[in-house]
Design a protein around this ligand. Structure first.
Ligand code: N01
Length: 533
């Protein structure tokens, strides 16, 4: 390829999920030339890849949707309280068509390399097909987009059907008459297991760590609720974003330890029926205090024992760590599924997988199987960035800079990587918030920042190392106030052995929002413009 073939844009956006699509719209409105480079053959991001049975949103769809356009939010109707993956995919496609964005997306172009050229302050982006040059580079690659595929002994020898929840095929899968194994019991497994169990002849669930899960009690959209919300949609959105996690069901005003225990129990009972992810939303001390946390945890543990008939299976399914330490799951009949005769739970703590053969898994005994499903999670928060060969100033590689742990200022900018923005990057509320408003918050911020740079004739922006260090210290100080940091989870990188361990999401949407606004008012304090080396 000669330099003449290089395609030039003002901005390159990586990823055509909810973040990338909205970013393209905003940059176009600003009058910039921009393109999205997308690895998949269609839009949707996480909702394109995770099409396993039962995949659905764990935040009510009236909240898990865009708010930037009043007509859009008024006209779109969700069929269920928590929408399933096909409907969410339909929605993002609708948005792309409605705002005529499709022609700004290059599909099946995986970004492999991004190099900052200090002589002209431009990024050179290389993909599986092409080469691009751009001033601004925006990674809208999501927090849970790089699958974790553990290196099980003998996995490559498996001759049956191998599936992974995070890269599920488009063709419908039929498990009738099949012996199926699933490894992992996080949200993806918890959503898919009840549906796979209905079809499979046998389902073997290989569990390393049990999870807390709350029933979704999903159902058709309550038209009364929808009408009420739509009558005051923008206020509703604003109010929700003032809660700690940015979700309606999670306003935390009371304390478990200062409330009447009977009243707490009654509230948990109510939340068990209605709140889903907001199960302990009403109480502020559950993330902070061992004793308060134990009250909520014991409530769920008792529910598991009530639902699961076999006491041994119930005991294995009962978590012993702080509730909330791992991301809470929301299910439709998960624990009930273990009462079926065709479902077996295998405890990997007691009997790790020693080998996978052509047709079986070896653990406490040999399980002959036709299909193996990996529901083993993601290289969360950082994987989508460190998987690309990104070089910044002085050819510093992002992967090397983050070897001892990811550092970012506000989850938006990274020192030594000028004009590179991340949407919902590490150090922002991201996965500990409703992703949709958090995506919009970041995309709006990035667009405003670019506009400000143009108006103020600034060429290059980057975070200062000091601002970044101070920010990550704050992220960790806040996390350390909770009792969640000692649990092994993808929040702190401990699901991947080789990964640096650090708690990456910023806890507290309202504080974050306030700080973000203050920094802008203070002429982007902590950022450096047109740095001179
Ligand atoms: O992944 P996970 P997920 N040997 O990391 C196990 C979002 N999401 O895809 O806990 C054996 O939670 C691992 O065991 P352990 C949501 O934010 C949202 O399920 O590490 N087992 C765990 O059980 C969620 O939190 C929705 O001991 C191994 C499982 O695999 C996030 O995505 C739906 C193993 C991985 O669970 C991730 O969920 C789905 C090994 N070597 C997902 N390695 C919505 O509702 C891993 N495991 C929107």
């Amino acid at each position: 390829m000669t330099d003449r073939d290089i395609k030039v844009f003002d901005a390159i956006i990586v990823g055509a999920g909810f973040a990338g699509i909205y970013q393209l719209l905003k940059l176009r409105k600003l009058g910039l030339s921009a393109v999205i480079l997308e690895k998949a053959d269609q839009i949707g991001g996480t909702w394109h890849w995770n099409r396993y049975p039962g995949a659905r949103c764990d935040i009510p769809s009236l909240e898990y949707s865009y708010q930037f356009d009043e007509d859009l939010q008024q006209e779109w109707n969700w069929s269920e309280k928590y929408s399933a993956q096909p409907e969410i995919l339909e929605y993002i496609n609708h948005v792309a068509d409605r705002f005529e964005l499709r022609d700004g997306i290059n599909f099946e172009e995986e970004v492999t390399k991004a190099t900052f050229n200090e002589s002209d302050s431009k990024w050179v982006i290389e993909t599986s097909k092409d080469k691009y040059e751009t001033r601004f580079c925006i990674f809208a690659t999501g927090c849970l987009s790089v699958p974790n595929k553990p290196d099980f002994n003998g996995l490559d020898n498996f001759d049956g059907e191998l599936l992974q929840t995070s890269t599920w095929p488009k063709e419908e899968q039929n498990f009738s008459g099949k012996k199926v194994a699933i490894i992992g019991t996080g949200s993806s497994a918890i959503q898919s297991i009840p549906l796979i169990a209905e079809q499979a002849e046998e389902l073997y669930v290989f569990q390393r760590t049990p999870n807390y899960s709350i029933p979704s009690n999903n159902g058709p959209m309550d038209k009364g609720v929808e009408k009420e919300v739509k009558a005051r949609y923008s206020e509703f959105r604003k109010e929700n974003y003032q809660n700690g996690f940015g979700i309606a069901a999670m306003s935390d005003e009371a304390l478990v330890l200062e409330s009447d225990p009977e009243e707490v129990k009654a509230n948990f009972e109510e939340n068990w029926k209605n709140a889903g992810l907001g199960f302990f939303g009403g109480y502020a001390d559950i993330p902070l205090d061992e004793n308060a946390n134990a009250v909520a945890a014991n409530f769920v543990r008792n529910k598991i024992r009530e639902i699961v008939k076999d006491p041994e299976t119930a005991a294995l399914l009962t978590p012993d760590y702080h509730i909330g330490g791992k991301r809470l799951c929301v299910d439709s009949g998960y624990f009930e599924t273990f009462n079926r005769d065709n479902v077996q739970l295998i405890d990997l703590k007691e009997n790790p997988i020693s080998e996978i053969t052509q047709s079986s898994i070896l653990s406490d005994k040999t399980y002959e199987i036709d299909t193996l499903i990996l529901a083993t999670g993601f290289d969360a928060m950082t994987g989508a960035l460190t998987n690309v060969d990104i070089s910044g100033r002085e050819s510093i590689k992002l992967k090397d800079q983050w070897e001892d742990g990811a550092k970012s200022y506000l989850g938006l900018g990274i020192s030594n990587f000028p004009n590179l923005f991340t949407v919902t990057g590490p150090g922002s509320p991201s996965v500990l918030s409703n992703m949709m408003p958090s995506i919009e918050q970041h995309v709006n911020w990035i667009t405003d920042c670019i506009e400000w740079m143009i108006q103020n004739e600034k060429t290059v922006i980057e975070s200062s190392e000091t601002a970044e260090d101070d920010w990550m210290m704050l992220v960790n100080e806040i996390a350390d106030m909770t009792i969640f940091t000692d649990t092994k989870s993808w929040y702190n990188g401990s699901n991947i052995e080789t990964k640096a361990k650090a708690f990456l999401p910023f806890i507290g949407v309202p504080v974050y929002t306030e700080m973000l606004e203050e920094i802008v008012k203070d002429d982007y304090k902590g950022f450096i413009f047109d740095k001179v080396n």
